[in-house]
Write a protein that binds this ligand. Sequence first.
Ligand code: GDP
Length: 298
Amino acid sequence: KQSWMSRLKAGLSKTSANLSILFVGAKIDDDLYDELEAALLMSDAGVDATQFLLDALKRKVKEDKLLDAAQVKDALKQLLIELLQPLQKPFELGRHQPLVMMISGVNGAGKTTTIGKLAKHMQAHGQSVLLAAGDTFRAAAREQLMVWGQRNNVTVISQESGDPAAVSFDAVQSGKARGTNVVMIDTAGRLPTQLHLMEELKKVKRVIGKGMEGAPHETLLVIDGNTGQNALAQVKAFDDALQLSGLIITKLDGTAKGGILAAIARVRPVPVYFIGIGEKIEDLQPFNAAEFVEALLA
Ligand code: GDP
């Protein structure tokens, strides 16, 4: 069985190869910087983070009088770790009883899969979990969550048809009554451009707060690591609407380019609690900046 790190490395191998090759026997000149700029842009880092990294790297090369391409590569690695470090934040359990989490994202981002993974992760840490099927639009989404819950002995609060805010409120009440440690509230997938659905999401959040003061304690967005700069647009829009407390970036095992984390760090630094590195239940890892950069630039 492949380790998660080797799966992350495989996922990011294209970016890693594109970046690494630049430094092989290279002279430190404008050509190198131009090629690096192109490679960073190709990796989904975006204009802002790319310019930031290039400027910082040129400064460091000058200050430290770096003459060797391998040293420049190490300097870039260091700068990337420093850039991504603020996104690293451990997810702490047991802060509230129950700890209430609201989870949003566009369709197909991996939201339902991630909720299953998170529930498993929390159970492994001795937490009891309650799920709320807040996706009242798609019966299939609700069923997917129910099946998952049954298989893992997790109660799923669901209503055939109904108001997602009401289901969410119910779940919080139920979590309080049962003494559950964690209540995770799924929401229907939606695009930031669907303004009425974004308004609905704000309402769900407000109503959760009526069920328990200070809740939701975590407002998370799940994003697909393969969606390029679009992922950044999603982070901005959902953060504007909901004031996100954290992100989970999925599918970094596939063909993700990885640079999107640099863009997020520069433009909208919402903590990345976990990364998804596969379809299976155990394929979830806490985000670690140094490990991520190790996979991004071997
Ligand atoms: P939702 O619409 O946001 O709830 O998305 P789903 O949870 O249904 O996931 C959509 C697809 O992405 C499914 O085929 C999942 O198995 C897949 N998926 C989710 N997370 C990951 C991941 O980290 N890696 C890979 N390779 N696939 C994932």
